[in-house]
Design a protein around this ligand. Structure first.
Ligand SMILES: [Mg+2]
Length: 138
């Protein structure tokens, strides 16, 4: 937020959210960062009453695998790209759910945006086709 001065003194001006749009007088988020998505998934889990304690951590990871399987199955069956992508997003939901639950149960904060960028930089500094020893094209 920016501070401005007026005849009444300092006040805060709320800058419009660049990732929100107004629909029917309501502010709707239409873009988000990984960290914002993590918070939205936390909200979804709490609102919809999904498992939300440390004992649920393992199942969050397992459900992410299930969603990846659904994506692979959709691809195999020639489903529309939107269907396949939605299954992949389901996997991301569970991954963010897991990370958010780690934060909640361990009392730590995990900056997913930062982690993503650090991992991207690390991978960009690796050699071509790093980690791939076999020629899989044969
Ligand atoms: Mg699914």
């Amino acid at each position: 937020m920016n501070s401005s001065r007026s005849q009444w003194g300092s006040f805060k001006i709320k800058q419009p959210q660049t990732n929100c749009k107004h629909v029917g007088g309501e502010e709707i988020m239409d873009k988000c960062t990984f960290n914002e998505a993590k918070k939205l998934v936390r909200e979804l889990v709490e609102t919809k009453g999904f498992p939300n304690d440390e004992s649920a951590l393992t199942q969050k990871i397992l459900w992410a695998f299930v969603e990846l399987g659904e994506a692979a199955d959709s691809y195999k069956k020639g489903e529309d790209w939107h269907v396949i992508s939605e299954e992949l997003i389901d996997a991301i939901f569970y991954i963010l759910d897991f990370i958010g639950l780690i934060e909640k149960t361990q009392g730590i904060e995990i900056d997913v945006d930062h982690l993503f960028l650090e991992k991207w930089k690390k991978n960009m500094n690796r050699p071509n086709q790093y980690g791939q020893k076999r020629d899989l094209s044969k």
